[in-house]
Structure formats: C-alpha cells, structure tokens
Design a protein. Structure first.
Length: 205
C-alpha cells in the first residue's frame, strides 16, 4: 500500500504521515528533508540556490546531512523552496523517492508532488491543508515554545511566500492530485486530524 500525503508548509502533513506510518506499520519518508538537504548543501558550498547548476551539484549531499538539526530551520526551509524550483534538482531526487515508494510492503511519503509525480499510482492520496492564519499560528507557537523571538505576522508572510513559490513553479507545482482527498485541518486539532486520516485510509485501501 502506497500512501501519498501532500500539502503546503505547516499544514500538519508531516505529523499525519508519521501517524499513518505508525498505525499501518509502514516506513515513512519526509521528502521535504531531501530538498532541505540540497538547500543546506548549497549554503555550505557558498553557492546560489537560484542557480540551477549550483543547486544540482548540491544534490550529491552526504547522507549524514539528512540527520543535521540545521535542516529543520526556517532558513533552510526557504532555501529548500528555492532549490526545488529547478527541474534538474527534482529529477535528481526522483529515483530515490520512487524507490522508497515502491518498496515491497508499501510506504508513506509526504511532500508536495507525491500524488501527482512521485507516486501517481498511490493507493491513497491525501492533500492536507489549512488557512495561512492557522498554519502561521501553529508555527509561531512551536517556535516561541522553543524560545525563539518571532512575530506571527512575519511567519504568516513567509508561509504565504513559500506557498506562492511552491504553487506557481512550472515543474511539479503544489496542487492536489485529481483523485486526492482534501483534509482541511484549519478547525481540526491534531488528534482529530489523525483520526480522520486513518479513517480515510481504512476506507480507501
Ligand atoms: O515540507 P518541507 O517544508 O520540509 O519542504 C521544504 C520545501 O521543499 C518546500 O517548500 C518545497 O518547496 C520543497 N519540496 C518540494 N517537493 C517535495 C517536498 C518538498 O518541492 N516533495
């Protein structure tokens, strides 16, 4: 069983994908981490994330980089969003994701283009979304909880900028697959969203 979980930043898709993987006993790949590793590697190389050649070179990042805490930062998220625009980068990361999706027994993958590009043949496709305000508030709570001094308005502006870049790029733009089920978590708590996702998978598999 392949489960594709797509959606914009801070929608809860990662949490939902993790919970589905645990519930159904499947391996999970957060594909955003691959793009974050490329963004981070460009930075470490002193390259330009908007330059396709620099970004492509960074796709040969070492596996150990995937464990680096720096990948989780907002800065790296922004770099990831910039390198992910380049088709050459997306192609370079395709095989790794496809191989994970098609491993015997199945898998859960979360990202932006799992249901549309990486696994159009997925058994279940979820598109997890929420309003910019709801996502901004969640991210703000999470960041201030970690002791960071950030303004919610700045976070919302950053989320809106990242949405626009992800949705308007030419290659693999962020959008629900035609056969995806939309799960809007604006009014849903974490546990309710997870319960609903499990129910959808049970129904559709
Ligand atoms: O999901 P996450 O915020 O970690 O992703 C970081 C960035 O990587 C996204 O803003 C998006 O531009 C890019 N990405 C992508 N395709 C994926 C996963 C992430 O383009 N499958």
């Amino acid at each position: 069983m392949i489960i594709a979980v797509d959606g914009p930043t801070a929608s809860g898709k990662g949490t939902i994908a993790q919970a589905l993987a645990a519930h159904f006993g499947l391996p999970h790949l957060d594909t955003g981490l691959l793009y974050r590793a490329v963004g981070r590697q460009v930075f470490l190389d002193g390259g330009d994330p908007d330059n396709g050649g620099d970004a492509l070179a960074a796709t040969s990042f070492p596996d150990s980089l995937l464990l680096d805490d720096a990948l989780r930062s907002e800065e790296t998220g922004g770099l990831a969003s910039r390198v992910s625009v380049h088709s050459s980068v997306r192609q370079a990361l395709f095989e790794r994701q496809r191989a994970f999706a098609t491993q015997p027994g199945g898998a859960v993958l979360d990202g932006r283009d799992i249901g549309t590009v990486i696994a159009p043949d997925a058994d279940v496709k979820l598109f997890v979304t929420a309003s910019v305000q709801a996502r901004g508030e969640r991210r703000w709570k999470e960041m201030t909880g970690r002791g960071l001094d950030v303004a919610q308005a700045d976070i919302e502006a950053d989320i809106a900028r990242r949405d626009a870049r992800d949705m308007n790029r030419e290659d693999a733009p962020l959008k629900p697959a035609s056969d995806a089920l939309i799960l809007d978590t604006t009014q849903l708590g974490k546990d309710a969203a997870i319960a609903m996702a499990i129910e959808v998978v049970e129904e559709r598999r």
